[in-house]
Design a protein around this ligand. Structure first.
Ligand code: SF4
Ligand code: SF4
Length: 488
């Protein structure tokens, strides 16, 4: 990229109908008017002197003083110290969150099932002894706020152990002054009113795996015996929603369903779901590249829909937009892409530890066990902890908001947890661009709602971030923000 340093270090973009400026160094996100964008673009391409002179020739109505104010503001922005005052705690290995693999048994036979890919042997946490080992691991090594997510297979097939662990862990944690949050990822088929009561009693967050309207759900997620599942799962979703249990729907879609991505999102929100996560089944494989373009079109439709309904919802329902809104609002860059292998561990039913639930069953990713704890010296953990900036991330404007992408998806694509698929990167960057668009749109058009959204976020303690070094906020606002906002 040509042009002067202070401009080339910034990311300039037109996202839908908005011009934006993003500083990857300080995480400032500023909405530009068309002329300011043109000015910066001109400087970026030609350098300051020539860029400004070209711009002024085309815009005799704009005074050189105005242009100077913009340039001075930008210089002030580029002089802000980088966000990365690395917090040494972020590289400590302290299990605060475990993904507990209760069983590999399942009553469904989903068309894309990853357990079938890994050939996970049939396992279950058999008895209280097995469970006690896991509970003790958590209580003795974890922090004071623990999160436990139950996975499978279908975890409700092992409800006896699920209940034992939730009851015992809650009781023992309370006696040691610790708190525990529970979540479960379930296909929803075995949910009954008494299971819902149990979820409410232990304040579970439920992640319901459901793929969309009737024909999609029945095609993608039949029972083991090939029967349709839509009616039962939909009924149970309604039961969860009317009972006030917090629910995220997690849909997985096939490449041939990509043109229905937005429709699937809308199907769930119109049925009252307030949090929807949709993941293409082909992510992490070579074939993902074929769906990136249509997927980007679908993401745009979701972003526009979110904005259109923001007055009713006062928060985004699409999980990726919520995630990036939270990071942008916090203005804290990620130091790691997620907590895997540092705060979060997957635990198999036989007590082995993995960096997260997605790696459970992959022998090369065993990083300890519940008896001896995490092997911090293992190659996998060391690789996660080092996480150096590397190709292609060190040239990517999205790096502070992405930090290298999901280790599991990277590994599935390239065999290296730190080497992403460029098409997956395109998807991430599109998610971030649209999140930025939503950010500036809501901030400008719905300032009261924007403030409410900020207040509703736990953004003072983001899960994986560190705070930026001291930035002279007042100066930036005065010299940059106001110049542009007064012109737009
Ligand atoms: S989008 Fe891709 S290149 Fe950019 S930081 Fe993320 S993983 Fe790295
Ligand atoms: S490695 Fe991927 S799947 Fe695992 S916790 Fe991180 S982002 Fe999630």
């Amino acid at each position: 990229m040509g042009g002067d340093g202070f401009v080339s270090s910034l990311y300039l973009d037109k996202v839908l109908d908005e011009y934006i400026l993003f500083s990857p160094k300080t995480l400032h996100l500023i909405r530009l008017d068309a002329e300011s964008y043109e000015l910066l673009d001109s400087i970026r391409k030609r350098g300051v002197e020539e860029g400004v002179s070209e711009f002024l020739k085309k815009h005799p109505e704009i005074s050189p003083q105005d242009v100077n104010r913009v340039i001075e503001g930008l210089k002030a922005l580029s002089a802000v110290p980088p966000y990365l005052s690395v917090d040494s705690k972020s590289s400590e290995v302290v299990p605060t969150s475990v993904a507990l693999y209760l069983t590999s048994a399942c009553n469904f036979k989903c068309v894309y099932c990853y357990e079938q890919q890994h050939g996970i042997p049939l396992f279950m946490i058999r008895d209280e002894n097995d469970a006690d080992g896991i509970i003790e691991f958590l209580l003795s090594r974890g922090s004071s706020k623990l999160s436990v997510g139950f996975f499978g297979g279908e975890p409700l097939l092992n409800f006896r152990m699920l209940r034992y662990i939730a009851e015992t862990l809650s009781r023992r944690a309370a006696s040691r002054g610790k708190t525990v949050n529970f979540s479960i990822t379930t296909n929803g088929y075995l949910i009954t009113p008494s299971v819902v009561d149990f979820f409410k009693r232990f304040r579970f967050n439920v992640v319901l795996s459901m793929d969309g309207p009737r024909e999609i759900q029945n095609h993608n997620r039949p029972t083991k015996t090939g029967d349709p599942t839509f009616d039962v799962v939909m009924k149970n979703l309604r039961l969860l929603l009317t009972s006030g249990v917090p629910v995220t729907v997690r849909a997985t879609i096939l490449p041939e369903q990509i043109d229905r991505y937005f429709e699937i999102f809308r199907f769930f929100v119109e049925n009252g779901v307030r949090s929807v996560h949709i993941e293409p089944a082909s992510i992490g494989s070579d074939s993902f590249r074929e769906i990136v373009s249509p997927l980007k079109e679908q993401l745009k439709l979701i972003a526009e829909y979110e904005l259109e309904h923001i007055e009713e919802t006062e928060m985004f329902r699409y999980s990726h937009f919520r995630k990036y809104f939270t990071i942008l609002a916090s203005r804290r860059a990620l130091v790691y892409p997620c907590g895997a292998g540092r705060k979060l561990f997957g635990v198999s039913s036989d007590g082995k530890l993995y960096p997260c639930q997605r790696f459970v069953g992959m022998d090369e990713f065993v990083v300890g066990d519940v008896r001896s704890g995490v092997n911090v010296d293992s190659e996998v953990i060391q690789k996660i902890l080092r996480n150096p900036p590397r190709e292609p991330c060190n040239h990517c404007w999205a790096y502070p908001l992405c930090r290298g992408g999901c280790y599991y998806i990277n590994y599935m694509y390239s065999g290296d947890i730190h080497k992403p698929d460029p098409y997956y990167c395109e998807f991430i960057r599109e998610l971030i661009r649209l999140s930025m668009w939503l950010y500036v749109k809501v901030k400008r058009n719905y300032p009261v709602i924007f403030e409410k959204m900020l207040k509703s976020l736990d953004y003072y303690s983001p899960p994986h971030g560190v705070s930026e070094a001291s930035a002279d906020e007042s100066k930036i606002k005065k010299e940059v923000g106001e110049v542009w906002s007064s012109r737009s």
